[in-house]
Design a protein around this ligand. Structure first.
Ligand code: PBG
Length: 331
């Protein structure tokens, strides 16, 4: 009711704005996704993700120590597996001495307080680039779950704090919970990619791991639409998140981020566990590409997007900007 209410009084200067600010960001809000490769002293930038690297385990460990000192307390880890180790069943995924298992052990030894969340899905290990086992032209749900349980238990044995199933098979959270408990890992948590949409924003990630679905084999789906969600859907996201909580998920995730903030808010209102959001590779790349051309301000856009994801209801944000944003927040 003008002139009694003047909204601008609360915006007069930065001090008053800071007093009434409803949302804040800190480095503990971020999880840093990291790509791991074979070898030693190896570090190669991903062409479609400027500033993001695939690193061998030794250099990954150095980076983990550095981001821990910046206040980051969680990493999501993904591996680039040699083509010769791939098959349809994803057998390499539960090799106790596989790249992922070695990486988990190395990180937990060097930086025990860092929360390590390995990705659970078969795509980096699949000759077809799919998140599960292909039978009769599609990903076979229940057989894939058997494989995921073996994979998750091997991650727990290597020292993972959480496992992060990103595969979107039905019933996998329950199967993982039972499998982890049966192996004695009651305190290994599950962060479930509950509402993971079939999104073109994952393109640069698939470049990073060489894990894009193969489109040369007629018998294999060319996309992930039979398991990842249709981005036209909203109610389905709530259903998936509620089911995962019932099945034992400690945290649920919505993915991607910025184009899905309506879903983040609805899931946040529907569940009683922390909601994480994946600000995915394509979202990172768009900002970097525009900033390189001088068309957008990298730091300003980065902070705006991260703050808006938090405002929408995220407890944790998995973002390739984690390190950059932490450095800025620590200034
Ligand atoms: C694999 C997986 C993907 C991402 C995380 N885990 C890709 C996919 O489903 O094809 C995407 C992350 C990103 O784009 O940053 N299951």
């Amino acid at each position: 009711m003008f002139p009694l209410q003047r909204g601008r009084r609360l915006r007069v200067n930065e001090s008053i704005r800071s007093l009434v600010r409803e949302t804040t960001l800190s480095p503990q809000d971020f999880m840093f996704p990291m790509f791991i490769a074979e070898g030693e002293n190896y570090k190669v930038e991903i062409p479609s993700m400027p500033g993001i690297f695939r690193r061998s385990i030794d250099l990954t460990v150095e980076e983990v120590k550095e981001i821990f000192s910046l206040g980051i307390r969680a990493v999501n880890i993904y591996v680039k597996v040699d083509e010769s180790l791939k098959d349809n069943a994803g057998t390499e995924a539960w090799n106790p001495n596989g790249l992922m298992q070695q990486a988990i052990r190395a990180i937990k030894t060097a930086c025990p307080e860092m929360i390590v969340m390995p990705d659970v899905a078969l795509d980096p290990y699949s000759i077809y680039g799919h998140d599960g086992i292909i039978t009769n032209g599609d990903v076979e749900n229940d057989a894939t779950n058997d494989a995921l349980v073996k994979m998750a238990v091997s991650h727990a044995q290597a020292g993972a704090d959480f496992v992060a199933p990103s595969d979107m098979m039905d019933g996998r959270v329950l199967r993982l919970r039972q499998g982890l408990d049966a192996a004695g890992f009651h305190n290994v948590g599950i962060m479930s990619y509950s509402a993971k949409y079939a999104s073109a924003f994952y393109g640069p990630f698939r470049d990073a791991l060489g894990s894009a679905p193969k489109d040369d084999d007629v018998a294999v789906p060319k996309d992930k639409k039979t398991y990842q969600m249709d981005y036209a859907n909203r109610i389905e996201a709530i259903k998936e998140a509620l089911m995962d909580v019932e099945e034992g998920a400690d945290m649920v995730m919505v993915k991607p981020g910025i184009a899905y903030l309506d879903i983040v808010r609805e899931v946040k209102n529907a569940v009683n566990v922390p909601v994480t959001v994946f600000h995915v590779s394509g979202e990172y790349t768009m900002i970097k590409a525009a900033a390189q051309r001088g068309w957008l301000d990298n730091d300003a856009i980065m902070m705006e997007q991260l703050m808006c994801i938090k405002r929408a209801g995220a407890s944790l944000i998995s973002t390739y900007f984690a390190k950059e944003a932490a450095i800025l927040l620590n200034k």
